[in-house]
Design a protein around this ligand. Structure first.
Ligand code: NDP
Length: 281
């Protein structure tokens, strides 16, 4: 079994971007958080560190949990027209009185560095190179490419159908000629699919749900989940210990897709800068 090392790839990507960014004007990433969720705080901290490393200005707007949807939309509208803002993202989860998709769709597509607005999702499906694509989904494809793992013609099973992961990586891999099945909480007999996958991508948000008996011999396993187990140790959606001796490649948690996500967020901010220049926004 070989570990797919996201940390090493992130370092290479960020070092390259740090050089490129020296030649550009200062870019700004704005991250909005409503209320406070422990997991979100960790993600925000990793984005702040990434921005500091590559030389992007990081602006964090921490808003009260009682802010209304209308007030949040007004803040987004102001940031959308602010020339100094290159990339804008709203950390999820949001409190239940705020509709996630309404917020995501309000962000100007050329500043939507999370790639979650309907326009960017549509551009992705249509294979339009101007799409800003979910950094997590792109990170999955990039890690496969880095290790020269064939995609075309392979059977890929994705467990989880969120826009952020499942649906975005489905489009990317279909566009790369994989045969792709997407499973979700209503899929019957899940492991009849997972056991057939050449490449298995798991993004369910359930610690250690996928076990050794659920994977095919010599499969490639991409574990997107991040959790703390009952001993406080970080783990993924895949039960690493029961899977590791059976598979050809696996992403570790931590050190796998989380690292690729941060690296691709940085790439998206640079892409957003050039898209903004091109479209005048
Ligand atoms: P969501 O909660 O948005 O989606 C989870 C998906 O899993 C849903 O489609 C759900 O199905 C499906 N699901 C849940 N339970 C089962 C089950 N028992 N069998 C089959 N499918 C199931 O999560 P995200 O996609 O946002 O994130 C998934 C995981 O990845 C989380 O642990 C999250 O923390 C992590 N994550 C990690 C990132 C990183 O950088 N490494 C980035 C983003 C997320 P249904 O649609 O039917 O409800």
């Amino acid at each position: 079994m070989k570990l797919l090392d996201g940390r090493k790839i992130k370092k290479e990507i960020l070092e390259g971007l740090r050089e490129e960014l020296k030649t550009l004007e200062k870019l700004t990433l704005v991250v909005i958080q409503v209320g406070s969720f422990d997991a979100s705080n960790l993600y925000i901290e990793s984005k702040r560190k990434m921005a500091e490393f590559v030389g992007i200005h990081f602006k964090y707007l921490h808003l009260s949990i009682s802010i209304s949807e209308r007030e949040l939309l007004e803040i987004i509208d102001r940031l959308n027209v602010d020339d100094k803002v290159t990339g804008l993202m709203v950390q999820i989860p949001l409190p239940s009185h705020i509709h996630e998709k309404t917020i995501q769709n309000r962000i100007l597509p050329t500043k939507d560095v999370d790639g979650l607005c309907a326009i960017n999702m549509g551009l992705l499906v249509c294979e339009d190179s101007s799409a800003l694509v979910s950094p997590t989904a792109q990170g999955i494809v990039d890690i496969l490419d880095y290790y020269h793992i064939d995609i075309a013609g392979r059977y890929v099973v994705i467990v989880g159908r969120s826009n952020l992961v499942g649906k975005s990586v489905f489009s990317l891999l279909l566009n790369r000629d994989a045969t792709v099945t997407v499973c979700h909480s209503r899929t019957q007999n899940l492991n009849e699919y997972t056991k057939k996958a050449d490449i298995l991508i798991v993004a369910v948000g359930k610690a250690k749900m996928i076990k050794g008996e659920d994977v095919k011999e010599n499969a490639v396993v991409i574990d997107v989940g991040i959790h703390k187990d009952c001993f406080g140790k970080i783990c993924g959606d895949v039960d690493f210990d029961s899977v590791k001796d059976k598979v050809a490649y696996i992403t570790p948690v931590p050190g796998g897709i989380g690292q690729m996500t941060v690296a691709n967020l940085a790439k998206n901010i640079v892409k957003a800068y050039f898209l903004g220049k091109k479209t005048g926004r």
